[in-house]
Design a protein around this ligand. Structure first.
Ligand code: HEC
Ligand code: HEC
Length: 447
């Protein structure tokens, strides 16, 4: 039922013979509640109605999504709905995204359009595939001024930063078939995939550069979008420009915050506590705080010079196999092939059973490190980050939060980098690639 409005939208947005996008008859779309919410509130339609009212107040509706502003933000000049070109997005600018770099990138993405404009050929510009709202805005611009001055027209492209409504439309075209219209990971294609598309509603992300906060930083989300997650269905969207990628990250954040507010409120209501307006505000701010603080806490990792000294390979292997240290083998297996005793059980008849589950209640297999396919990136820094931060929502632990009994970190820097290079060597990568021998058989550890 949830996808019915989407299908309608697809049917109505047909291309006319003139190649222009026709406006669909007004059909109102709504964000749906999660399956869990609907089950929990099945006997309580009044609470469901109230919940919908609150969610619309804070997040809007699919055709006009927005993020409720807080008075403290207004004082700080932060407006989560604004374009960085109009100010109001210090969060974005703090995250290493500059207005100049967005402009430069827009100039590349819309090169053809800008060339047509420079040649006074604005009639040839648009419509833009999969971007109905943008096409309509462009037509509006032409209607107000059939021959827009070169500046107004080119600024349309150069200063393009899709507002949340446009980002939502892009999400509908590019992502919803896997991630679901509301980001519940339940798109029509999702059910057949392993691993399943991420359900953003719980607020947990896997490939993050933060410790306690499982929130991704903007760079983490952008990395996922640009490189995809190799070895999974999550594709790369590198053909999009920086503005669109950032706007998609904004929209993923909206869906995620919305999902978390929804489930927290349902918990409160089920406990019999009807949250007053102020409590809802606090909840909303708390989740936002986690997203914004992830940016400050994020790790910046500089890999030491690649050192091919074979003793480092043995040091890495020792840590990998030591139950009191890395203990990696218990899940990843002694050869790193993902078949450690904590992960798989083989019964007397030779049947293999997966033992580990993730927070989404799906079975999860430790990565086969000998394949050399790393979802979070395969640079030395990326492997270090994965080891250090762990993979939230999965059993993969975080070394950055593992300590000896006396409070010292479980692994020092030298051992940690030896382990990184050892892991990479299992697939013939990194500075220690040759050490395991061309045949792939492992030499005995030296004393
Ligand atoms: C063909 C299916 C598919 C499409 C289309 C798709 N994704 Fe994904 N996406 C996945 C899968 C599968 C995963 C989970 C992989 C995993 O668990 O390692 C994922 C994970 C993610 C994550 C989570 C990363 C993390 O750190 O946990 C984000 C964010 C994401 N996708 C965003 C998007 C956006 C935005 C789009 C559209 C521009 C999109 N995806 C389109 C399949 C898809
Ligand atoms: C309790 C089990 C467990 C232990 C212990 C463990 N891992 Fe993992 N590891 C996993 C699981 C499960 C995944 C896959 C998670 C997923 O696909 O969502 C994983 C994934 C990985 C990845 C893939 C990252 C990527 O970007 O794809 C690397 C690298 C890795 N582990 C290294 C290590 C190292 C090094 C150690 C020891 C310090 C270790 N793991 C200890 C369970 C474990």
């Amino acid at each position: 039922m949830r996808f019915f409005p989407l299908i309608l939208a697809v049917l109505f947005v047909s291309c006319g013979t003139d190649g222009r996008v026709r406006r669909a008859p007004a059909e109102v779309r709504h964000y749906g509640l999660s399956e869990r919410t609907r089950i929990d509130l099945a006997a309580d339609p009044e609470v469901e109605e109230e919940l919908n009212r609150v969610l619309i107040k804070y997040f809007g509706e699919p055709d006009a999504p927005h993020l409720a502003s807080q008075s403290a933000w207004i004082e700080e000049g932060f407006d989560p709905n604004a374009s960085p070109f109009q100010g109001g997005r210090p969060d974005l600018l703090k995250q290493g995204v500059s207005v100049d770099s967005l402009r430069e990138d827009n100039a590349l993405v819309w090169r053809q359009e800008l060339e047509l404009l420079a040649a006074n050929d604005s009639e040839q510009v648009g419509p833009f595939r999969g971007r109905r709202k943008m096409s309509l805005n462009w037509r509006e611009l032409l209607q107000i001024d059939p021959e827009p001055g070169p500046n107004a027209a080119s600024d349309f492209f150069l200063e393009r930063y899709p507002p949340l409504a446009e980002a939502g439309e892009l999400f509908g075209v590019l992502c919803a078939r896997c991630h679901g219209f509301e980001g519940g990971g339940n798109g029509p294609m999702g059910a057949r995939l392993f691993p399943k598309p991420r359900n953003y509603r719980g607020g947990t992300f896997k490939y993050v550069g933060t410790l306690d906060s499982v929130k991704p930083r903007r760079t983490d989300l952008l990395r996922t979008l640009i490189h995809g997650l190799p070895g999974t269905a999550m594709p790369s969207f590198r053909r999009l420009g920086s503005s669109e990628l950032n706007a998609l990250a904004d929209y993923v954040r909206l869906l995620s915050i919305r999902g978390e507010v929804e489930s927290m409120l349902v918990d409160e209501w089920i406990d019999g506590d009807v949250p007053p307006e102020q409590a809802i505000d606090e909840l909303y701010e708390l989740i936002w705080e986690r997203w914004l603080s992830a940016e400050q806490e994020g790790l910046v990792i500089h890999a030491p010079t690649a050192d091919p000294d074979p003793t480092r390979w043995h040091m890495g292997r020792k840590v990998f196999l030591d139950p009191a240290s890395g203990n990696c083998f218990s899940c990843h297996g002694t050869q790193g092939t993902g078949d450690g005793p904590s992960a798989l059980r083989v019964d007397e008849e030779g049947q293999t059973f997966a033992l580990l589950k993730d927070d989404w209640n799906e079975f999860v297999l430790p990565r086969d490190l000998s394949k050399g396919v790393f979802r979070g990136g395969s640079r030395r820094e990326d492997i270090y980050m994965r080891m250090y931060c762990g993979i939230p929502g999965t059993p993969m632990p975080s070394l950055g939060q593992s300590y000896h009994a006396d409070g010292t970190p479980l692994l020092g820097e030298e051992a940690a980098w030896a382990l990184v290079d050892y892991v990479l060597s299992l697939s013939g990568q990194g500075p220690l690639a040759g050490v395991a021998g061309a045949s792939g058989t492992l030499p005995a550890p030296t004393k």
